[in-house]
Design a protein around this ligand. Sequence first.
Ligand SMILES: [Zn+2]
Ligand SMILES: [Zn+2]
Length: 359
Amino acid sequence: MVRAAVLPAVGSPLEIAEISLPEPGPGQVRVRLAAAGVCHSDLSLSNGTMRVPVPAVLGHEGAGTVVSVGEGVAHVAPGDGVVLNWAPSCGSCHACSIGEVWLCADALTGAGRVHAVTADGTELHPGLNVAAFAEETVVAANCVLPAPEGVSLTDAALLGCAVLTGYGAVHHSARVREGESVVVHGVGGVGLATLQAARIAGAATVIAVDVSPEKEELARRAGATEYVVASDTTAKEVRRLTGGRGADVAIECVGRATTIRTAWDSTRRGGRTTVVGIGGKDQQVTFNALELFHWGRTLSGCVYGNSDPERDLPVLATHIREGGLDLSALVTDRIGLEDIPAAFTAMREGRGGRSLVVF
Ligand SMILES: [Zn+2]
Ligand SMILES: [Zn+2]
């Protein structure tokens, strides 16, 4: 038996429970977690904004050590450090065949399987495939990637969601070029990774926007050159900081209609806005036809940073070694499994950066 944070039903608080995992079957890997990040998507799964089969073990951003492998697993072996990848790709669907592996049609089919059972026999599903809020997990082999050398497994946990997403939003979706101005709306875990990625891309002006005035130091440490406390005049303030034009690129890390609209409004004519935040169906964003023409702007959605984890992890590792990416600067709280509900509350109230469960 291992300890895990279980979501019993949508809308219920997480419960700490002892769960029993099966031995890894063919094509599966058992991993002992070193650390797992608490992502806003876990909160969205717990409150029903995003849906997966329940009861489930949540947690989708983690790293650890391989305990054992099932038949046919060759790319990792017991004792290896691994990063969990919650969005594995099948390699054969249409999206995979054209190289857009982050849109794999089969990415979440694993979420329906039975992952573990509790002491009373209740069957649990694996949340977003990897069930990282537990001391150990059993996952499909394509959900583990070799951890980059020279990076502690505790730090490496964040690579699997926040960092791939933030880095990818800047490099793959918005394609920020050297000397451009970038505004990042929302300074949580992904927002901080996005700020660091903008710095790596050589952005000349990096503006962080958040409702909380308390995140300024955190944002500046991640690469922000300017800090704006969100208000009704945010877009105007961003224009003032960018020669009156607006930013070349806006990246929205909140997932609300008002911030998406503000992000779009804060770019120049011809500017690019990438939406990383995941909002609900009730968040309607409106544009009129004339302004779409006049401003000539682009608005893009972005899944998992449009990342190919297999290709991108080694690149991120290089940036870590060169000092451009500072993973420990993303973490504001190191917590235990039993503290995840409090971390959810902090996210709901917009406090802090990333909370990291350290096992
Ligand atoms: Zn996430
Ligand atoms: Zn696929």
